[in-house]
Design a protein around this ligand. Structure first.
Ligand SMILES: NC(=O)c1ccc[n+]([C@@H]2O[C@H](COP(=O)([O-])OP(=O)(O)OC[C@H]3O[C@@H](n4cnc5c(N)ncnc54)[C@H](OP(=O)(O)O)[C@@H]3O)[C@@H](O)[C@H]2O)c1
Length: 254
């Protein structure tokens, strides 16, 4: 039986865990060959194995996207592995919670480097390939999907720099959407609410318990819930562009 994404190639950053791993599995189920990009190759090998066991195609590409060279090499490796690129999901991200003025040196930089610069480097490297695929069969369209956050819409104390990065991703997405629209590359943003992943676990030890207590009472989204949103965006008909999807946990008020 044919699948929506048969004949396409997807690259997912941050595919070693959480939303990225779920998205890679989901896009493979839809028929895409998937390039998995992140730093932890061992975890990505497990994701790739599960994709292959279900009849899908996956390639593990260990890379740090915070350098231009790392991002360029990852995109090149994906195209060399599968011959083209139709879908990019800019999912890799870091969230280090805490008051702005108290952050130790390096925390802001880690978030800006991954969430903003890494996303830009991967996008820049991927766009020529996406533009080419958008003029070809099987879809005559291509997709660049940026994973932002509810924190790209709603600012709160303790997440100032994370808010800066995700508000930035939203603005970048809208401008790039307009630049790419005539070329049939659809540029979209997905804004997850609270998802059950390891994201918050990187917060400093002394703050982590407080962060977890704040969200303990809500039933969090699961990574598959966001993978569903990505699949909805990239499998939509050629005449449809789903520009923005905001997915909160039903229990989440903010
Ligand atoms: N969880 C939530 O509640 C939530 C809510 C809204 C938005 N989001 C967004 O969703 C995205 C995915 O997060 P998640 O929740 O799934 O958390 P996660 O499990 O911590 O995933 C983050 C991913 O980013 C990758 N990454 C980090 N630094 C990298 C680098 N320098 N180069 C390449 N990859 C890097 C990590 O892989 P390696 O460590 O192996 O490199 C990991 O696979 C992020 O953009 C996050 O901001 C999450």
């Amino acid at each position: 039986m044919s699948k929506e994404l048969d004949g396409t190639v997807a690259l997912v950053t941050g595919a070693s865990s959480g939303i990225g791993a779920a998205t890679a599995r989901r896009l493979a189920r839809e028929g895409a060959s998937v390039a998995l990009v992140a730093r932890r190759g061992d975890l990505m090998e497990e994701v790739a194995r599960s994709i292959q066991e279900n009849g899908g195609m996956a390639r593990v590409i260990p890379a740090d996207i915070t350098t231009r060279d790392g991002a360029n090499a990852a995109v090149t490796a994906a195209v060399e592995a599968f011959g083209r690129l139709d879908i990019v999901v800019n999912n890799a991200g870091v969230m280090l919670i805490g008051p702005f003025a108290d952050a130790p040196d390096g925390e802001w930089e880690r978030m800006v480097n991954v969430n903003v610069l890494g996303l830009m480097y991967v996008s820049k490297a991927a766009l020529p390939h996406l533009i080419k695929s958008a003029s070809e069969e099987p879809r005559r369209t291509a997709d660049l999907v940026n994973i932002s956050s509810s924190a790209g819409r709603v600012a709160r104390p303790g997440t100032a720099v994370y808010n800066l990065t995700k508000f930035g991703v939203n603005g970048f997405t809208e401008a790039l959407r307009q630049e790419m629209q005539p070329l049939r590359v659809r540029v979209s943003v997905i804004e997850p609410g609270n998802v059950d992943t390891e994201l918050a676990s990187h917060t400093r030890d002394e703050l982590r318990a407080g962060v977890e207590a704040q969200i303990a009472s809500i039933e969090k989204l699961q990574p598959d819930d966001i993978a569903d949103a990505v699949a909805y965006v990239v499998t939509s008909r050629r005449r449809v562009a789903i520009n923005e999807v905001f997915v909160r946990a039903a229990d989440q008020s903010w």
